[in-house]
Design a protein around this ligand. Structure first.
Ligand code: NAD
Length: 485
């Protein structure tokens, strides 16, 4: 594959398109160094019209294509991403600040899996039929929606971008997709990959740029029939308001404030590993991160001490080296996270460790690094325990009983994911049923099976993605009833 140049361009009608006269260019910054290293086009209304026109042209051929041929196209994209895994991982690391090792082990392999999984899933996707006695039968036709919009965030850039694009394409839709303007690079490389893979022109169009300009225009476009969005809750609310008058189909995967429940009978080492990973993986910038840690009173002091020991051992630094934590995604986000720590202090929280920007030497002198932070002594109702921080910051608090653990866990407006750590499986199952979350992990965290329904309740979103749920979202069911009596 050719290396992406320093200008990130839109991918429209099968081609990388040079920016039009007077186009706005945005800087793209490497968060580990704080330096601008490329620019991207802020797509215009005309770019959107061109992308929609290209998608309209491509749609009849793509939706009518034999399912195995469509699947082969997706398999080919998967194969090429896998071939270029190291280049994609390096780009993700440079764009996002995450450790290269993480991008290599998680982000890019998962993008490969997304294409491969949905290429296979679509060949197994069947619809229902309902016989009415011996005189009539209903069957369900599931047709592609047409042109759909996929909008994704910066924390798991290619991972989440492809999580939407792959099922949308597999189901026979044409796609207008927008990655986060903060991390556009692997999406630009995906465009090059699609060209090399011979994906038919116009089937996938990638527009770069800001959310409140091109993102909002995608949501408002009358020919775009559905929006699959992953991002912040406030943005999700804006998108829902914009899409509602047009009755667009919406899938919203939003923020979280996820609790981790640690019981005295947990497997000590396994739980410590899991709680650490869930609080601090990807610098705490995963919607599923466990940022509220509740520990049963009888082990609270020991567990807290063991956690602090582990935190002290986390290696923070240049994401190109062997580290556990890289940089936060941007300067603005770093300040948001540091301000949240300030709020915790003002609310009376005790900062047990971290809480400051970390100076990392060498090429990373101006990078956006934050120390992993653990805060104690805050009630459930305070801002720190209610608002998503989305950084390496967690609170810790004891609980006395199963009942109290459930109350605390359910005590925010979010409902994305939770984890329970206990060897008492009867209790874990009992609690799982009472927790208001879309995802409950027992003795694990972020153990993902792409067939399962993924999504949140309450302010964490509407709808589910993954497996059949995604293919159902990206298709329109039609009931056909035949009377043969
Ligand atoms: P964000 O909401 O700021 O942006 C997400 C995407 O939406 C970006 O591409 C952005 O350009 C675009 N956008 C912004 N305003 C828009 C508008 N008015 N119309 C259309 N598009 C618009 O989120 P972010 O800061 O990029 O990501 C962090 C958030 O994402 C966190 O809240 C995190 O919890 C959430 N998230 C959720 C999940 C999940 O699966 N539930 C997964 C990852 C991240």
């Amino acid at each position: 594959m050719t290396a992406t140049g320093s200008l990130i361009r839109n991918y429209i009608g099968g081609e990388l398109v040079a920016p039009g006269e007077g186009a706005t260019l945005l800087d793209n910054i490497n968060p580990a160094t704080g330096k601008v290293y490329s620019q991207l086009v802020d797509a215009s209304e005309q770019d959107l019209q061109a992308a929609v026109a290209a998608a309209e042209d491509a749609l009849p051929g793509w939706r009518a294509m034999d399912i195995t041929a469509r699947a082969r196209h997706l398999e080919k994209v998967a194969e090429l991403i896998e071939r270029d895994l190291d280049k994609f991982a390096a780009a993700e690391c440079e764009d996002n600040g995450k450790p290269l090792s993480l991008a290599r082990a998680v982000d890019i392999p998962r993008a490969v899996d997304n294409f491969r999984f949905f290429a296979r899933a679509i060949t197994q996707f069947a619809s229902e039929s309902h016989a009415m006695g011996e005189s009539a039968i209903n069957y369900t036709l599931r047709s592609p929606l047409g042109i759909v919009g996929c909008i994704s965030p910066w924390n798991l850039p290619l991972y989440l971008f492809t999580w939407k694009i792959a099922p949308a394409l597999a189901a026979g839709n044409c796609v207008i997709a927008k990655p986060s303007e903060v991390t556009p690079k692997t999406a630009a490389m995906l465009a090059e990959t699609c060209i090399e893979a011979g994906l038919p022109a116009g089937v996938l169009n990638i527009l770069h740029g800001r959310g409140n300009t091109i993102g909002s225009a995608i949501v408002a476009h009358p020919k775009i029939k559905a929006i699959s969005f992953t991002g912040g809750t406030a943005t999700g609310a804006r998108i829902a308001a914009e899409a509602a008058p047009q009755f667009k189909k919406l899938s919203l995967e939003l923020g979280g404030k996820n609790p981790t429940l640690v019981f005295a009978d947990c497997d000590w080492e396994k739980t410590l590993d899991g709680v650490m990973r869930s609080a601090f993986a990807n610098q705490g910038q995963i919607c599923l991160c466990g940022s509220r840690i509740y520990v049963e009173q009888s082990i609270y002091a020991d567990f807290k001490a063991a956690l602090l020991q582990r935190i002290a051992k986390l290696r923070i630094g240049d994401p190109l080296t062997e580290v556990d934590q890289g940089a936060l995604v941007s300067e603005a986000h770093m300040h948001k996270v540091l301000n949240a720590v300030g709020t915790a202090r003002a609310e009376g929280g005790q900062i047990l460790c971290g809480g400051r920007q970390r100076q990392v030497g060498g090429r990373c002198d101006d990078g956006f690094f934050v120390e992993p932070t653990l805060i104690e002594g805050l009630p459930i109702g305070c801002k720190t325990n209610q608002q998503e921080i989305f950084g390496p910051v967690a609170t810790i608090q004891p609980f006395e009983s199963e009942e109290e653990a459930v109350q605390l866990a359910n005590g925010t407006s979010y409902g994305l994911a939770t984890s329970i750590w206990s060897e008492n499986l009867s209790r874990s199952h009992r609690i799982a049923g009472r927790l208001d979350f879309g995802i409950v992990w027992i003795n694990c965290w972020l153990q993902r099976d792409l067939r399962t329904p993924f999504g949140g309740v309450k302010n964490s979103g509407v709808g589910r993605e993954g497996g059949w749920e995604a293919l159902r979202f990206f298709t329109e069911p039609k009931n056909v009833c035949i009377d043969y009596g």
